[in-house]
Design a protein around this ligand. Sequence first.
Ligand SMILES: Nc1nc2c(c(=O)[nH]1)N[C@H]1C(S)=C(S)[C@@H](COP(=O)(O)O)O[C@H]1N2
Ligand SMILES: [Mo]
Length: 202
Amino acid sequence: MKKLSNLITIVMIAVTMLQCKKSEATNPATDNSAKTSQKHSEEKENHKHDEKDDLKYVSKEIKVTGDVVTPLTLTVDSLKKMKVVELNDFKIVCQTGLTKDSVESTKGVLLTDILEKAKIAQQEHKDRNFYIVARASDDYKATFSWAELFNNPTGEKVYVLFEQNGKPLKEKGEMILVSMTDTKTGPRHVKWLKSIEVTRVK
Ligand SMILES: Nc1nc2c(c(=O)[nH]1)N[C@H]1C(S)=C(S)[C@@H](COP(=O)(O)O)O[C@H]1N2
Ligand SMILES: [Mo]
């Protein structure tokens, strides 16, 4: 009887060990590295920009649309009439870790000031679940949540820029959105910004 129970224990240990091996083979952490490096090389490819294409994407207006009380159409001139902030020493770092640009000085307006002007259509105190998409004319986009902008330090450093090193933005713009406190600033750096879309979560 003791022998039989010993045998059962040994068989159970063996089965458990086999299962561990199997899950290791399909563990996403092991085969992810290949995917990540593939992604990185794809991203490098995506960074190849034709200068002519850049000018084709230039947008002269930003539409503020969606769940807002007052939809807006903004231009560099209308941004200049708002509260303009000058910012210094800012780097655009790609998801890959590559520094794409170093900006000495730039001027812009807080995204929260723009959204306060358009007024998000909050119906009552707890109506706070909105997401805000900053979209470019090449359909590149960055997404923010209401809480991230209005109830978090991140929102104090999200700007729509219109000037760089004393000159108006041209090839990249005329307006760019940046989220300066992001770990990597490249992903939510939106060139050729053409709309800011507010949507209530359904
Ligand atoms: N409209 C638009 N904005 C964009 C991109 C893009 O393809 N289109 N690329 C992003 C990426 S991946 C990075 S790292 C930064 C800087 O990229 P750049 O050096 O190609 O300008 O811009 C971001 N903003
Ligand atoms: Mo990037």
